[in-house]
Write a protein that binds this ligand. Structure first.
Ligand code: NAD
Length: 457
């Protein structure tokens, strides 16, 4: 393939050289004449393991050149990678000036190009940048996106110091595009790499790099805070974290990573409290660990806010225990929501088969009645009754028997706290706690705003 690189810094130099070493013809463009000149002498623009011999080899083989003319770079190639810098502004925002300048130059060149062109945003950019770049190129070139050209979001995961190795062995290859033609070309380009190729929504691809890097930073800080607590107790934190990482079921695994409702139950709240109190007693500052509880409270407040925002008085709650498959009400986050709703005068009916059975027959029923007696008249094991009662139905547990709720109460308001559905076509108002709109019903999407405005409470 013929490939151009806009930007010959760390990512651009590595990408250009590695693509050339995969047999492609690569031309780099940079606003820095010095970097262009270095490449044209067969020298890398950066210091990195293996980069010198690779650059020289590809330049000698005639597969790697550079130019100060952006038009030449675009017109002579089918794919342009944008790898310009995206620094932080003084106010902490992402500075997209270089990205926009690159997009304008690419658009300018594309005015003269007859064949389909793929623009790949490899720089780290926030969600929405692909749309901006597409608009700029459409405006400047007069061409139509996804017909004459496509803009693909393809975040780079390499680390400096092992950049060449990382480029050739990424954890995965991620592309976000609306063009299947562009996705197919990139799948072919990345085929030599032994990594899963994932084609997804543009915004999902744009979001990934930030989620990854934020999580990596969180890992460092979490490990350090655990280490600081261990030090005070003269415990070897390396051994602790080593064993921690060996649990690939609950610790280093997808478990607990699904956006949804607050945690609760008999263990996490209690044990987190004990651990943060321990840190406090040891005079160890552990702000990340200490703020976990506050974040969990914010999630509960968010759930309550959504329910209240619907402006309806009758609320049907599906699931009361702290999670599905149990009757345990200890620290159940939905209990707090119910208490708040009752305190504010809402009418509440609750369906929870397990809790209802435990109250009727279970061990400790008397204690439960004593502690949560005020719920006795509200809870039932008749699902249809609660579905018929609520103007707002709140799904608080991921019970299998809740999957068909949308079919049983059309035209209602569903508030989903637990991501019970991956995607649904519901002719009613659906809102999830921590994810964008997954209700594909067009009529409903148009109606949502009007429904919210007509409140009766
Ligand atoms: N460095 C890393 O380890 C790394 C890893 C992954 C992702 N990223 C991301 O990749 C992007 C590039 O990072 P970098 O470290 O290579 O930056 P860099 O500063 O080393 O290189 C950017 C290059 O872009 C050039 N440039 C600026 N405006 C241009 C324009 N309009 N046209 C052509 N060239 C232009 C600059 O002269 C510079 O050579 C950033 O978004 C960064 O966040 C970096």
């Amino acid at each position: 393939m013929n490939i151009s690189y806009f930007g010959l810094g760390y990512v651009g130099c590595v990408g250009a050289v590695c693509c050339a070493s995969m047999g492609h013809h690569v031309i780099g463009y940079d606003i820095s004449p010095e970097k262009v000149a270095l490449i044209n002498r067969g020298m890398p623009t950066i210091i990195e393991e293996k980069i010198e011999e690779l650059t020289r080899g590809q330049w000698e083989a005639g597969r790697l050149t550079a130019t100060e003319d952006p038009e030449q770079a675009v017109l002579g190639t089918d794919i342009t990678f944008i790898v310009v810098g995206t620094p932080t502004t003084g106010h902490g925002h992402l500075n997209l000036d270089y990205i926009c300048q690159a997009a304008k130059k690419i658009g300018d060149a594309l005015r003269k190009k007859k064949s389909f062109h793929i623009v790949v945003i490899r720089s780290t950019v926030l969600p929405g940048t692909n749309r901006n770049v597409t608009e700029i190129i459409e405006k400047v070139s007069g061409k139509t996106a996804n017909r004459d050209f496509a803009v693909v979001s393809n975040p780079e995961f390499l680390r400096e110091g092992s950049a060449v190795r990382d480029f050739m062995n990424p954890p995965l290859t991620l592309v976000g595009t609306k063009s299947s033609r562009a996705a197919d070309v990139l799948r072919e380009l990345y085929r030599p790499m032994d990594a899963e190729f994932i084609s997804t929504d543009i915004e999902v691809a744009e979001m990934m790099k930030y989620v990854n890097n934020t999580y990596h930073a969180l890992k460092v800080v979490f490990g350090n805070e655990v280490g600081n607590i261990c030090k005070k107790l003269n415990i070897d934190s390396a051994k602790v974290m080593d064993i921690f990482c060996r649990d690939t079921q609950l610790n280093i695994s997808p478990y607990y990573f699904r956006p949804g409702f607050a945690y609760g139950g008999s263990c996490l709240p209690k044990d987190l409290r004990a651990f943060t109190t321990l840190a406090h007693d040891l005079y160890v500052d552990a702000p990340v660990i200490s703020s976990i509880h506050a974040s969990n409270e914010i999630q509960k407040a968010g759930a309550l806010r959504i329910i209240e925002s619907k402006g309806k008085k009758k609320i049907g709650i599906m699931g009361l225990a702290f999670k599905s498959g149990t009757d345990d009400l200890r620290y159940s986050p939905i209990m707090e929501i119910v208490q708040s709703l009752l305190g504010k005068g809402y009418l509440v009916r609750i369906y929870d088969r397990n809790v209802f059975r435990a109250w009727k027959t279970g061990v400790g029923a008397e204690l439960l009645k004593k502690k949560y007696g005020y719920l006795l008249d509200l809870i039932t094991d008749d699902r249809e009754e609660v579905l018929a009662f609520g103007d707002v139905i709140v799904i608080a547990n991921r019970e299998e028997e809740f999957r068909d709720i949308p079919e049983h109460c059309p035209g209602r308001i569903l508030v989903d706290l637990v991501r019970q559905y991956d995607r649904l076509d519901y002719e009613g108002n659906y809102e999830g706690l921590s994810w964008g709109n997954i209700n594909v019903n067009r009529k409903q999407n148009e109606k949502i705003q009007r429904d919210i405005e007509k409140t009766d409470f």
